[in-house]
Design a protein around this ligand. Structure first.
Ligand code: ADP
Ligand code: MG
Length: 238
């Protein structure tokens, strides 16, 4: 487990600054949801924490260690994307084992971790199947399993449920909440869905045009929206 700290983090693409100085202190085991409209910079912010995008200025610390110049593999994070990004030619077991194999973990440990995660996600019966033989919800569980087996200090989620139909989305939301309770891993979760944000988060960051409009618990945001944008976005009374 780990803390995550962002200090005046900025990002420019060419001359266009899209993240305008984000400060954030995430406690060990906290589940933070970044929510905001499309294009406000959620993915860019998450990708900087992951190391998939460089930071233009500012500092990112994971568990007290400055990670600005570290590769994604060196950051002790695991990321779950909306498009699953599973390897189509590998079965579920190999998809989940892949990240452990390339770091040279012993075969027995890999086996144990994959079976443990598969049990937790209720995909033990599908370990021999290829991704194309799975439903959307099952694929999403595999994608999460692949993150869990690595036992990262931090989970990063980028709209992991947005490709699922409404009913499945609600079910998976509950499962993610349950997993979070069981694993207690520090998490940064991006969504444009305010209901998802309000139900999953310990604290929510409401983003708008590259800025954090407000950071607080769901109740704080609902009861005391700091700006008209926040009130409108989460639907609290004016
Ligand atoms: P969100 O995830 O909230 O929808 P993004 O982080 O994807 O938003 O994008 C934030 C802004 O940064 C958008 O204006 C987008 O066009 C811009 N942007 C994102 N990635 C790039 C890139 N690689 N090159 C140039 N502009 C980008
Ligand atoms: Mg995005």
């Amino acid at each position: 487990m780990a803390t995550v700290k962002l200090s005046d983090v900025r990002k420019s693409f060419g001359k266009n600054e899209v993240i305008h100085g984000i400060d954030l202190d995430i406690a060990d085991g906290e589940f933070i949801v970044i929510v905001g409209p499309s294009g406000c910079g959620k993915s860019t912010l998450l990708r900087m924490v992951a190391g998939l995008e460089t930071v233009s200025s500012g500092e990112i610390h994971i568990d007290g260690r400055r990670v600005n110049d570290l590769e994604p593999m060196e950051r002790d994070i695991a990321m779950v994307f909306q498009n699953y990004a599973l390897y189509p030619h590998m079965n579920v077991y190999d998809n989940m084992a892949y990240g452990l194999r390339i770091t040279g973990k012993p075969k027995e440990e890999i086996r144990e971790r994959v079976h443990q995660a598969a049990a937790l996600l209720q995909i033990e019966d599908y370990l021999e199947r290829k991704p194309r033989e799975l439903s959307g919800g099952q694929r999403q569980r595999v994608a999460m399993g692949r993150a869990i087996v690595r036992k990262p200090a931090v989970f990063l989620f980028d709209e992991p449920l947005s490709n699922l139909d409404a009913k499945l989305r609600v079910q998976m939301r509950l499962e993610i909440k349950q997993l979070q309770k069981e694993l207690g891993v520090t998490s940064l979760y991006v969504t444009h869905d305010q209901v998802e944000a309000m139900t999953l988060a310990d604290r929510v960051i409401i983003m708008n045009e590259g800025r954090a409009e407000q950071v607080g618990t769901p109740l704080e945001l609902y009861a005391n929206p700091a700006t008209r944008f926040v009130g409108g976005f989460i639907g609290s009374p004016p």
